[in-house]
Write a protein that binds this ligand. Structure first.
Ligand code: HEM
Length: 453
């Protein structure tokens, strides 16, 4: 490993080379890297199952990480390596960030808001008059269905269709790959057989949806129509494939962090009566200013800063994202003490949960840590990049606004529709989770009863 970074950084030694670090990473990545940091300092090199991770946690190191340029230390290639165990690689080949940005930009917020409400009108009654659910499972399904509405069209969110889509999307889920190493092994050994079968099924379902629209212009503005127009010049087979792959990519990106974030917000509201009361008070104020349909108005949604703070704080505490950049050409990397030269073959990386909770104050849940979506000054004294929710720099999340809008709509529509009560004590992010906003280690059960009588 020594040839990868010069001058030589602290290098982690485990009794079992590669595997020793790997097993501890799988077991508890946050705990393991926190312990290494105590032992080796803010910068070190560790070999995890053959991946050479040049880890950084100092303020200056993180600033340098987020400034790295894509052609030198790549987010795209690192993501490919991280997700490629599970996702059929043909999906990556047909998709790229610019198509995703186009989809995000072209639809704009008022369109998203309408679709989110449209799907919630279908999904909330499905919960029935009363019951018990794991709030993470419930919000996941709800958000998947919204995703089908947003990134395909409202016809994909209808009964009978969304369940078929969900069945296949669940096979492709990255989350299950991270949560269950045994399943990942089965995926690798089988050459992704189940995943490829799911892909085939999705090609067929998307074709069916498209064919059923023939002659109707009711879907002129939605994402499936946009995708078909985007690849109109391709031959039929290529178009079918590219449309499906981009639809899949958008749905997976949409689901990856947001549903767990929304579920944590519900958990926090049920744990903290004072926070719940402030959220309700904000809704009353907004309704007084914008009228009873304020949840359908972008301006009104944007004005609701308190719930934004609750989302930021909930995400900050549950964030388990790994920031990973694959070095493609030698780069100079300044960690504040030393300027290293890092060679291709290494990944420059950090794990958000190691620094997001690194002071006593940061280990405490308090929405007042944020002012709107901005962390209050002084909380990240070591450098602003030491606290991260939606990321920093050129790869920071482009969907933050959409995520806040979705959170406000979902939370208030749930609170309006149901009386909710916690059946959990104090859920904590699952120790083994690596990547994304974590689910808790155990079920977070919520009892609900319809308020409609
Ligand atoms: C609470 C919800 C979310 C959180 C906490 C979150 C967090 C993040 C973070 C930390 C990054 C930076 C990754 C890095 O630097 O390596 C990122 C990037 C990204 N996120 Fe999100 N995200 C959320 C929701 C979403 C949603 C709903 C979508 C899609 C609709 C999305 C799409 C993306 C994309 C495309 C990127 C890559 C941007 C680029 O490289 O230019 N995210 N997100």
């Amino acid at each position: 490993m020594t040839h990868l970074v010069s001058p030589k950084p602290p290098i982690v030694h485990e009794e079992l080379a590669h595997i020793g670090a790997g097993l501890q990473m799988v077991d508890d990545p946050t705990g393991y890297l926190t312990r290494l940091r105590e032992q080796y300092g803010d910068t070190f090199l560790v070999d995890v199952f053959g991946y050479k991770l040049f880890c950084t946690f100092s303020g200056r190191g993180l600033e340098s990480l987020y400034k790295l340029e894509e052609d030198a230390a790549s987010f795209g290639f690192a993501t490919f390596d991280l997700l490629g165990f599970k996702t059929p690689t043909e999906i990556f080949i047909d998709t790229n960030l610019s198509i995703f940005y186009e989809m995000l930009g072209i639809r704009k917020l008022p369109y998203y808001v309408d679709v989110i409400h449209g799907v919630l009108d279908l999904e909330l009654p499905r919960l029935g008059a009363q019951g018990e659910v794991d709030v993470f499972d419930m919000v996941r399904t709800l958000q998947q269905r919204v995703g089908f509405g947003l990134w395909i069209g409202i016809d994909a969110a209808r009964d009978g269709t969304w369940q078929r889509l969900k069945e296949q999307f669940d096979v492709l889920s990255q989350e299950s790959a991270f949560a269950n190493p045994r399943e990942t092994l089965a995926t690798i050994v089988s050459g992704k057989a189940r995943e490829r079968a799911a892909l085939q099924a999705l090609y067929d379902i998307l074709d069916e949806i498209h064919a059923a629209r023939a002659g109707s212009d009711a879907h002129a503005n939605d994402s499936l129509t946009f995708m078909h127009a985007k690849f109109a010049d391709c031959d039929e087979v290529t178009r079918r494939r590219k449309v499906a792959h981009n639809v899949i990519n958008a749905n997976q990106g949409f689901l990856s962090n947001l549903y767990a974030a929304l579920a944590w917000v519900v958990v926090r509201l049920l744990q903290h009566d004072d926070v719940l009361e402030q959220v309700r008070a904000e809704a009353r104020r907004t309704a007084a200013e914008f009228g009873p349909d304020f949840l359908r108005q972008v301006e009104a949604l944007n004005s609701m800063h308190y719930l934004e703070q609750v989302l930021m704080e909930s995400v900050r505490m549950a964030q388990r994202s790994i920031t990973l950049r694959k070095v493609l050409r030698p780069v100079e990397f300044d960690d504040g003490d030393t300027v290293y030269t890092v060679q291709p073959g290494a990944y420059i990386t950090t794990l958000l949960s190691v620094t997001n909770l690194q002071t006593d104050e940061l280990r405490r849940f308090d929405p007042e840590h944020y002012e709107g979506n901005r962390l209050r000054p002084g909380l990240a004294a070591a450098g602003k990049e030491t606290v991260s929710t939606f990321g920093h720099g050129t790869h920071a999340c482009p969907a933050q606004k959409l995520s806040h809008a979705m959170c406000k709509i979902v939370v208030h529509r749930l609170l309006d529709a149901f009386d909710l009560a916690a059946e959990f004590a104090d859920p904590r992010p699952a120790a083994g989770q690596l990547g994304g906003v974590a689910r808790p280690g155990e079920a977070a059960t919520v009892r609900y009863r319809s308020r409609a009588g």
